[in-house]
Design a protein around this ligand. Structure first.
Ligand SMILES: [Zn+2]
Length: 312
């Protein structure tokens, strides 16, 4: 990769959590729809990230920004920075046919969706305000990028800041004709912007769930279906046929448990019950002892990951 990627894009923790919950409980249609949206969103953003890799290394790129200005929070999918201009991108992975009527957007079946232009305008104006507050001046060019080749919108006016799938390559080529020299201004800007980024709480929009309610077992790292044990050392996912070593699968399962229940202790018993595919606790105890620190507190004992210890 030759671009200067200041803030890469990670798989959102919220998405991970929802995938886990989707396997272990029944999501309502609304929650399942939200999960699907997150999946499609991330897929679309990854497509655009690949395009941005075509930029020369004189551009600075930051992804997935959660910011606040004028007492409102707003999110930006990607920004590309040069000393005079910041490009701001709202990425859409819409698929299928759409039409616009009186500034409103509809799917071909007539369901109204959020107007992406309004979303872009809102982010753009709040970002402008933020730059003012931070005392930086750049000109800002915002675009909605439609990355899905199976997307079409009827009656799209010509003068709107839209980049359609077959225009992305040309767009990248055009901005790449410029090779901006980054200055202390841009370095300082990146530093300051990084310091005001907000952190989203991934638990805010999750459905309610309890430990008791969730189905126990180890899930496949590829397709999230429940796996079965086939011999001493291996597990098999019957859905996608992936085999996995027991040790790495248990470690992943512990990670899942910790993400879903950050307040619960890791003990041999709790992980044994959570994985629920072992006859004895021996394997679990062995894995925990190998990878975690045994902590004793009065009568009780629990495990902590070595990384957690390092943070204290
Ligand atoms: Zn699988």
């Amino acid at each position: 990769m030759c671009i200067m990627l200041i803030k890469p894009r990670y798989e959102p923790i919220e998405l991970k959590l929802l995938r886990f919950l989707n396997m272990r409980m029944n999501l309502s249609p609304k929650e399942a729809g939200y999960l699907l949206n997150l999946e499609k969103g991330l897929e679309g953003e990854s497509v655009f990230d690949k395009w941005l890799e075509g930029l020369s290394n004189s551009w600075l790129i930051m992804n997935d920004l959660l910011l606040e200005a004028n007492n409102s929070t707003f999110q930006i999918d990607s920004i590309v920075i040069s000393p005079d201009t910041i490009y701001l991108f709202e990425i859409k992975n819409y698929e299928g046919d759409f039409y616009i009527k009186d500034d409103k957007w509809f799917t071909i079946s007539g369901k109204e969706i959020k107007n992406p232009l309004l979303q872009l305008k809102r982010a753009e104006s709040l970002f402008r305000r933020l730059l003012q507050d931070l005392r930086f001046s750049f000109s800002i060019e915002g675009y909605v990028v439609f990355v899905n080749p199976n997307f079409f919108v009827y009656q799209a006016p010509l003068n709107l800041p839209f980049i359609f799938p077959n225009q992305i390559q040309r767009f990248i080529k055009n901005i790449n004709l410029r090779s901006p020299k980054q200055t202390t201004k841009t370095t300082r800007f990146v530093e300051i912007l990084s310091s005001v980024l907000l952190k989203e709480n991934p638990y805010n929009n999750l459905p309610q769930y309890t430990y008791e309610q969730l189905q126990k077992g180890i899930t496949c790292s590829r397709c999230y279906a429940f796996v079965t044990r086939i011999n001493r050392d291996n597990l098999l996912c019957k859905k996608c046929r992936k085999t996995e070593k027991i040790e790495s699968a248990v470690l992943q399962s512990i990670e899942e448990y910790q993400l879903l229940f950050p307040d619960k202790m890791i003990t041999t018993n709790s992980i044994y019950e959570w994985c629920s595919i072992f006859e004895s606790k021996k394997t679990i105890r062995r894995i925990l002892r190998k990878h975690f620190l045994l902590m004793k507190h009065g009568q009780s004992a629990y495990f902590e990951s070595p990384q957690d210890k390092g943070d204290i």
